[in-house]
Design a protein around this ligand. Sequence first.
Ligand SMILES: [Zn+2]
Length: 154
Amino acid sequence: MLVRKLEEGTVVDHIPDWKAQTVSKVLRLDKLAKMQSETSVAILQNVVSKTLGRKDVIKIDRWLVDEKEADILSLIFPTITVNYIDDWKVSKYTPKVPDVIEGRIRCPEVNCVSNSEREPVVSKFSTLKRERRLQCHYCDTTVPLERIPDLVRA
Ligand SMILES: [Zn+2]
């Protein structure tokens, strides 16, 4: 794999095999690439992994993924690990399952106050860890964690 080391950026590692596109969607990497013209993204799929057998890896040059975004990813893919690279030095970040998620995810209930056009409020979800669902703070609608990629705000 002819992908050079990063001087500065983020490596999202231990993504389940063939799930890199979902990770890319959650992190909105397409938008990022448009906004930050110096950023480039390498997606490696079906890479041999000691722990997972096969895995996907995403390398993002010149962009540090927000820790909160990494935490949201870990809800969907608990195996992921994140490495931040600054001046060739790597620091590992272990994502934490967030108790509350504000603003990043849209409530699927159209009548929810967080979807109101007149008086919108910032969406807010609590994580129901055992049920593997999110629960809306305003309307109590629950959604399975697997639906998060579809509900990420554009
Ligand atoms: Zn709601």
